[in-house]
Design a protein. Structure first.
Length: 230
């Protein structure tokens, strides 16, 4: 679709490019916004953020209101919107963030993305774990009241092949095991997935539902929600 008359989309400027164990990751600036590109695939940018904030808000709303200081694991630091939303909510207790791309962590701690996340990273409730999310869920013994996961473009469109493990029966079983009874699993996706909803039910979750955020063009971004009841 051509640009509307009088509009101009600025060309992106590459700020940093890194090669790591999971491939290439690039930070670009386009006008007032930042973009993260992984292995040549657009991952996210700072132009909106509504669905990343919904990931946190919907999980908190689904928890029992009388649960004191619930703990949350945010899977994927990205541009920082989900972390910032969690840190802005005093009801959350510990906020753990898992990000496997060391470059992304450094862009927040010492780079330009710090203008978004600096206060949230300084929050004493926040901790950053630079490790693979799937491996962390499989090996840790800690349980969380909410898992808010956004590590790629969703169960039907993964950025790297090994991310498919998160959405597999074994990966969903690990998610369920890492939740406290009544805990909430929230998974971001760039498009709705009826198959993933069924996979959540097959994995023993209840209350499976999907919340949508409309976008200017194409299918809506969504957050898949599910509850561990026992």
């Amino acid at each position: 679709m051509p640009d509307r008359p009088g509009t101009h989309v600025p060309a992106p400027v590459t700020l940093d490019r890194r090669d790591g164990p999971y491939g290439e990751v690039v930070l670009r600036e386009r006008g007032d916004d930042f973009e993260i590109i992984a292995n040549g695939c657009f991952l996210m940018d700072t132009s909106d953020g509504r669905s990343e904030r919904l990931l946190i808000d919907a999980a908190l709303a689904a928890l029992p209101a009388d649960r004191p200081e619930p703990t949350v694991l945010v899977g994927g630091l990205g541009v920082g919107f989900s972390l910032v939303r969690a840190a802005a909510e005093p009801r959350w207790g510990r906020i753990a963030v898992v990000e496997r791309e060391r470059a992304i962590v450094e862009w927040h701690l010492r780079g330009p993305l710090g203008r978004i996340s600096r206060a949230a990273l300084a929050d004493p409730r926040t901790s950053i774990l630079t490790t693979d999310l799937v491996a962390h869920l499989r090996t840790t013994t800690e349980r969380y009241d909410a898992l808010c996961l956004d590590i790629d473009n969703g169960p039907d469109w993964t950025v790297t092949e090994d991310n498919t493990n998160l959405y597999s029966p074994a990966g969903l079983a690990d998610c369920r095991e890492r939740l406290t009874p009544g805990g909430v699993l929230a998974v971001w996706s760039a498009q709705p997935s009826a198959d993933f909803e069924q996979a959540l039910r097959n994995a023993g979750f209840s209350g499976v539902r999907t919340e949508e955020v409309g976008v200017a063009r194409g299918v809506p971004d969504v957050v898949h929600l599910a509850i561990r009841t026992v």
